[in-house]
Design a binder for this molecule. Structure first.
Ligand code: ADP
Ligand code: MG
Length: 222
């Protein structure tokens, strides 16, 4: 495995583990009252779930990069897949007061793809967009057919990605200006999405935007 990746993984594991160690000691301390103990336990659960997401994502990324995944490729109607994914994520958007919509024409958008994996890409991009968009903002998913490829776009009205970071965000563990944060994501979502799209023979990139972020990807029609 690449040296930098190992260093990043070690760093990202160390922080929540150090925190878990302290929390275990605190819970073990007899003077801690019941309510505090419960709070500590909730924090421990959060750390454990982010650690396990990170391990799952790392495993997925390494299998993708090693070509160890069985693909179920077929002709997929992307408009349906987009509609379905947007509907599934609407509650998450609504909880953050973000308006999530799909804008699709009437043309068929058939691509040669593995529907589950492409849904995973859509899910990653939409989740990022929702999480980087302040309340009352919007996230719009568009898809259109070109001559050889379908292009899908997830656009949001959030803070955007500085031009200098537009290719780096696809590298594993790159969290841009958020890198100090110990929140939900480990910075693997876009790396996984890129590996999936490129295995399909497509491309993924950050398109220029006046405000917010536009992430686009292409998929071959057949
Ligand atoms: N829609 C977006 N708006 C602003 N920044 C974004 C957006 N999507 C991704 N990013 C930036 O790219 C980084 C990498 O994204 P990702 O690989 O999904 O990792 P994670 O979501 O775990 O941080 C994010 O940490 C963030 O800095
Ligand atoms: Mg993400």
């Amino acid at each position: 495995m690449r040296r930098k990746l190992v260093a990043d993984v070690s760093h990202d594991l160390r922080t929540p583990i150090a925190s878990l160690r302290l929390l275990v000691e605190a819970v073990d301390d007899e003077v801690v009252d019941e309510e505090t103990r419960r709070r500590y336990l909730a924090t421990m659960r959060t750390h454990i779930s982010s650690l396990s997401t990170m391990i799952d994502d790392l495993f997925e990324l390494s299998r993708l990069e090693a070509g160890e995944i069985d693909w179920s490729m077929r002709q997929v109607e992307l408009a349906l897949l987009v509609d379905e994914t947007v509907a599934a994520m609407r509650p998450e958007a609504r909880a953050r007061h973000v308006d999530l919509t799909a804008q699709l024409g009437d043309e068929p958008l058939s691509a040669h793809a593995d529907p589950e994996r492409i849904q995973r890409v859509l899910f990653n991009l939409i989740r990022n967009a929702i999480h980087h968009t302040p309340a009352d903002g919007s996230v719009t998913v568009r898809a259109e057919a070109g001559p050889d490829a379908i292009e899908v776009e997830v656009a949001d009205t959030g803070e955007g990605i500085p031009a200098a970071d537009r290719s780096a965000v696809f590298e594993p563990f790159n969290r841009g200006a958020d890198s100090a944060r110990s929140g939900d994501g480990a910075g693997l979502g876009l790396a996984i999405s890129r590996a999936i799209v490129e295995t399909h023979g497509g491309r993924i990139w950050i398109a220029p935007a006046e405000t917010g972020t536009r992430v686009r990807f292409s998929l071959p029609v057949r």
